[in-house]
Design a protein around this ligand. Structure first.
Ligand SMILES: [Zn+2]
Length: 335
């Protein structure tokens, strides 16, 4: 499970995120456990049946869309792109009208996204809208999403800390060690001891409770990585875990995909690492291994887009909010 993921971080200036808050009713909602298998098959069947992402250009387009459109969660963005490749910015009809003075065209294609514990919501791509009289010009985040910069050292560090804490709840031990110069990290299944995770006692003032979590996976990261490179390397290794490349402790958490070919494993892990990191920091570039493949116009391997979308959504949740230990593994709504 080696990765060149540390090379993924590019140079650039880091501005504050100027993007507005997400629409509260449209948080990402990957399917609950009962529907998970069905969703996996339907998305992957749709991708295969429609011959989606069989060219480098199509896949690069997907990576850019999911990596830059931070208003919605990654799972919903993948759903949108599968329904309408070439989408660049989606909003509800109400939001298009209120925020941008635009209306949805009569022949527009409705795009369905999921919301937590609710029915689906319909959104529309900007190309399916037109301005009302007096509408302001579209902002840069819509016309040039790749040019908008965001991310800060403090934010990257906060995400790393949050991720590492949630990983303890999942039974993943993260340590730092000497690895080859080509290798930023490694991951393997482990067992036989437990990890300790502290949490505040409910209602207690200063009290903490120490939880014991069985050790399930060992991740080693190369020493000396800066926070951005460490985030990318860690997400790459965690993606191997969440994509089932190392098996599964429980099929309701994620499927056992330990027989997947090595090039597919790396493709999936690099995709998740890029998407999570790019959504946190705009200086992140498509990793060299994916980029070379895509740049040469080679055909992507047959991989599970559903797994990539779910793992990306889950890791983003691990990076942004503290989950209870019991929540870390099982399928759940993610943002
Ligand atoms: Zn790897």
């Amino acid at each position: 499970m080696s990765s060149g993921a540390a090379d993924l971080v590019g140079q650039g200036a880091f501005d504050l995120d100027l993007e507005g808050p997400r629409e509260p009713d449209l948080e990402d909602d990957a399917p609950e456990a009962s529907g998970a298998e069905q969703a996996r098959q339907s998305i992957d069947d749709l991708v295969r049946g429609a011959q989606r992402y069989r060219t480098s250009a199509q896949y690069l387009d997907l990576l850019r869309f999911v990596g830059t459109s931070r208003r919605y969660g990654p799972y919903n963005l993948v759903l949108v792109h599968v329904q309408r490749p070439g989408s660049t910015h989606v909003l509800t009809a109400a939001r298009w009208r209120e925020a941008h003075g635009r209306v949805v065209r009569a022949d527009a294609q409705p795009l369905l996204v999921l919301q937590p514990r609710g029915p689906v919501v319909v959104v529309h791509d900007v190309s399916d809208t037109e301005p009302l009289d007096g509408a302001p010009p579209l902002p840069r985040e819509i016309t040039e999403p790749l040019a908008v910069t965001f991310g800060s050292d403090a934010d990257v560090r906060a995400r790393l800390d949050r991720l590492e804490d949630n990983l303890i709840g999942l039974g993943v031990r993260v340590s730092t060690g000497r690895l080859g110069s080509q290798q930023a990290g490694s991951a393997r299944a482990a067992s036989g001891r437990s990890l300790r995770r502290e949490r505040r006692a409910r209602g207690g003032r200063q009290q903490t409770i120490t939880e014991q979590v069985p050790l399930r996976y060992d991740v080693v990261l190369r020493e000396g990585l800066d926070p951005r490179a460490r985030l990318v390397a860690l997400v790459h290794e965690v993606a191997h875990v969440l994509c089932g490349h190392l098996g599964t402790p429980d099929p309701l958490w994620w499927p056992d995909r330990s027989r997947v070919a090595h090039d597919v494993e790396e493709w999936e892990a690099e995709s998740v690492a890029y998407l999570v990191a790019r959504r946190a920091d705009s200086s992140v570039q498509v990793p060299p291994s994916l980029h070379q493949h895509l740049d040469r116009g080679l055909q992507p391997p047959v991989f599970s887009l559903e797994r990539v979308a779910k793992a990306t959504a889950d890791v983003e949740a691990y990076c942004t909010r503290r989950l209870r230990t019991a929540e870390t593994g099982k399928a759940r709504p993610t943002s």
